[in-house]
Design a binder for this molecule. Structure first.
Ligand code: ZN
Length: 362
């Protein structure tokens, strides 16, 4: 893994070392201009052969990780291709990761923005027939991130990456809750790696807000660490709780209504604020499941106490320029209310959001 200047030259040497003969660059129009062309230049200097797949946007102009994009990329992969290079943010990585798993060709991660924590994980959240589902696929064999490309990325992408990190407040609390209440599988090391990554980001929020080299480096390193924690655990529990389920629900709704997609990290930042508010209010009301109340309320109180108040999470997001409330993402109250009731059904995982709904329906 390399984060710094000269990432493209380093990547090209790595491909030579691996004795790859030809690679496929997978990008979208923007990331190809920002990074793909520079990487292509570095490859040409070494007389390295490559082909390019520019994933096309859908009818409303969004590039999405769905069956159409996947087939577009798969059609470019033949026997002469030795490896795939994912040049972009989360969506391009999810498409490439899936193609890599299905064709058995390794893939290399070239992040173009510190926008999401999924670069180094196994899971590929894909939309198939309008439903968002995460498939366990493969992780990259290497990662090369060019610091100048990351610094030039739109500011809202950096804010989204910070949102995806702050989401760990509720995902870690949900994981701990599920572990104690419903015996969800748990890994202390994955939990502490995720917590450390989150704390690093919060400590350095001002640097990240400025978007200077140090800030962007800290953010990407934290996102990578969060992705590695998921890789270590083999599932997304450390980084994805009720707030991610809300975000998936909103995303599916946007697709159905043919509305423009919103950055993943922007959505989970907002949904974390929402859940922090709900979880604190719910616990304070004493309305938890009776079994939980009897002998575990002290433990649950400890878990809830690890989540900052919603105003604190919102203030952190604001510092970095990210949205904090559903309205800013054009998500109305009806959708918020419906997602709070139904989003937990998207996953089996036992979160506080699921427990809250079980209690509601009793
Ligand atoms: Zn995420």
């Amino acid at each position: 893994m390399f984060i710094g200047i000269d990432a493209f030259a380093k990547c090209s040497s790595f491909l030579l070392e691996k004795k790859f003969k030809r690679v496929l660059l997978v990008a979208d129009q923007n990331t190809y201009v920002e990074a793909g062309e520079k990487l292509g230049q570095a490859l040409r200097e070494l007389n390295f052969e490559y082909s390019v797949c520019i994933v096309e946007p859908n009818k409303i102009g969004d590039v999405v990780a769905d069956e159409v994009s996947i087939v577009q990329a798969l059609l470019k992969i033949d026997n002469n291709i030795d490896a795939l290079l994912a040049i972009g943010s989360g969506t391009i990585h999810d498409i490439t990761r899936f193609c890599s798993a299905k064709t058995g060709k390794p893939f290399i991660s070239i992040p173009t923005a510190a926008s999401v924590d999924g670069f180094t994980s196994l899971g590929a959240p894909l939309i198939v027939r309008g439903v968002k589902k995460t498939f366990q696929t493969v992780s990259p064999i290497a990662l090369f991130a060019d610091i100048n490309v990351l610094m030039n990325a739109p500011k809202e992408m950096t804010a989204a990456g910070f949102g995806d990190m702050l989401a760990k407040y509720t995902s870690l609390a949900d994981w701990n809750f599920g572990r104690f209440i419903a015996d969800e599988p748990f890994c202390p090391l994955a939990a502490s790696l995720t917590k450390e990554a989150l704390e690093n980001c919060v400590d350095k929020v001002d640097k990240i807000a400025v978007g200077d080299e140090e800030g962007v480096r800290i953010l990407l390193a934290s996102l990578i660490q969060s992705g590695l924690a998921m890789l270590l655990f083999g599932q997304s529990h450390p980084a994805s709780g009720g707030e991610h389920h809300l975000s998936h629900y909103w995303e599916m709704e946007f697709l159905q209504k043919k509305r423009h997609q919103v950055l993943h990290g922007a959505k989970v930042g907002v949904s974390s604020v929402l859940l922090a508010n709900l979880y604190h209010a719910w616990f304070a009301s004493g309305e938890l499941l009776p079994i939980a109340l009897n002998d575990r309320s002290e433990k649950i109180a400890e878990i809830i106490a690890t989540i900052p108040k919603s105003e604190q999470i919102a203030a952190l997001l604001k510092r970095v320029g990210g949205p904090t409330f559903p309205k800013e993402l054009n998500i109305d109250e009806e959708l918020v209310e419906r997602s709070l009731k139904e989003a937990h059904l998207l996953r089996e995982r036992f979160t506080m959001l699921k427990c809250y709904n079980i209690k509601l329906s009793q």
